[in-house]
Design a protein. Structure first.
Length: 98
């Protein structure tokens, strides 16, 4: 039996109520395997997903839809010490990150 996480798309529904991702540069902290990333990435200008778990990032890279190859990037990084210049992103998303 396959486990479906958020089949009703509740997460993305509430995220889109809070922020308009259209044309924005997004930092997703704790992106994991990209499960949530794919749900909003097509409307963005660019998404950079960071996570502390290289295995999750490897799965995210493998599972990335081909039409998002140039739009979604992944990096092994800690949110406490972000390896990006100030004002690189318009929106930061932290979903299920702790």
């Amino acid at each position: 039996m396959t486990v479906q996480i958020d089949p009703e798309r509740t997460e993305i529904k509430y995220l889109q109520r809070i922020a308009d991702f259209t044309g924005k540069r997004v930092l997703e902290v704790g992106c994991g395997d990209g499960r949530l990333t794919w749900r909003y990435a097509r409307s963005t200008r660019l998404v950079t997903g960071i996570d502390l778990h290289s295995d999750d990032l490897r799965f995210a890279t493998i599972d990335r839809p081909s039409d998002l190859d140039d739009k979604v990037l992944f990096a092994l990084a800690d949110s406490i010490f972000l390896p990006f210049a100030k004002e690189t992103f318009d929106i930061a998303v932290l979903a299920w990150s702790f």
